[in-house]
Design a protein around this ligand. Structure first.
Ligand SMILES: [Zn+2]
Length: 280
């Protein structure tokens, strides 16, 4: 085969292959608190950027001049009209509307030694305050490149014991709503990366217990908390399906389970939106 033809075939193969690697994320437009607004726009720029209140957003290329931006909507966001800014060859303002979604309530009673998690003492408060900036910094990581490959897979097989968005009360006191999805599972159950990514933080924290944070690119971060064991190291790249840790009940957990959180533009959103199987 002539060398040029061979090169052409190789480059065609690489082009096809790279398209597979950089598959877009398919998310249903769920413009409610805790959901994702999917906004299509047109731009002739080769790499347009989008922002919601100065926070960079996840942008994906659809075809030709067609692009799409994914906006994570905070659970406590006010309903109504919002706008984002797109910077390409010119600056555009795109509007979307946040609609109501009713999340259910849950009342949890903590007894004995677990009471410290309802009203932490001074020493615990000091620890919580030291850990807070470390955790929030991990949620604000924004790498320009997309690292994940299309849809997410489930991190464990267990059933969902506590859905995303639950309005929680501990011993009658209102706390922030549930920012993740809980899966049942015995201690030691293996947890698998739902998509390709990079380990950006591992550690042990007061509320979260042993935790892992994965970066999937462009502000898409997933977190795994209350673990029994980490099986990855900080800075390590992981592939979809790779084992990253084991289920436990470290931190504020009333029993062994995995709390799985997904963040987009620093905002906790319903992880189910990234799975094939279910919506909100
Ligand atoms: Zn949880």
């Amino acid at each position: 085969m002539p060398r040029l033809k061979k090169l052409k075939i190789i480059s065609l193969f690489l082009l096809l292959f790279s398209n597979v690697i950089l598959a877009n994320i398919t998310v249903e437009n769920t413009s409610v608190p805790g959901g994702v607004a999917v906004i299509d726009f047109e731009s002739n720029h080769s790499n347009p950027k989008a922002f919601y209140r100065t926070v960079p957003l996840y942008v994906q290329h659809i075809k030709d001049r067609h692009w799409q931006v994914l906006v994570g909507i905070p659970l406590l966001e006010k309903l109504g009209k919002k706008s984002i800014t797109v910077q390409g060859l010119s600056t555009q303002t795109l509007n979307f509307e946040v609609k109501k979604h009713n999340y259910t309530e849950q009342h949890i009673t903590l007894k004995g030694k677990n009471k410290k998690y309802v009203n932490p003492n001074l020493a615990h408060m000091k620890r919580i305050n030291q850990e807070r900036p470390i955790l929030s910094k991990a949620r604000t990581v924004f790498s320009d490149k997309t690292l994940s490959n299309g849809l997410f897979s489930r991190p464990v097989d267990g059933i969902t014991t506590s859905p995303f968005g639950l309005k929680r009360f501990y011993n009658g006191q209102a706390r922030r709503p549930h920012t993740g999805l809980d899966y049942a599972g015995g201690i030691g159950t293996l947890i698998k990366a739902p998509a390709d990514g990079k380990v950006i933080l591992i550690g042990e924290y007061f509320f979260n217990g042993k935790a892992i944070f994965l970066d999937h690119g462009q502000g898409l971060i997933s977190v795994y908390i209350h673990l029994n064991k980490h099986l990855v190291k900080q800075g390590q790249s992981v592939k979809q399906g790779e084992v990253i840790g084991k289920i436990g009940q470290s931190g504020r957990a009333t029993g062994p389970h995995l709390h799985w959180g997904v963040y987009l533009n620093r905002t906790a959103i319903n992880p189910n939106l990234f799975l094939d199987e279910q919506g909100l």
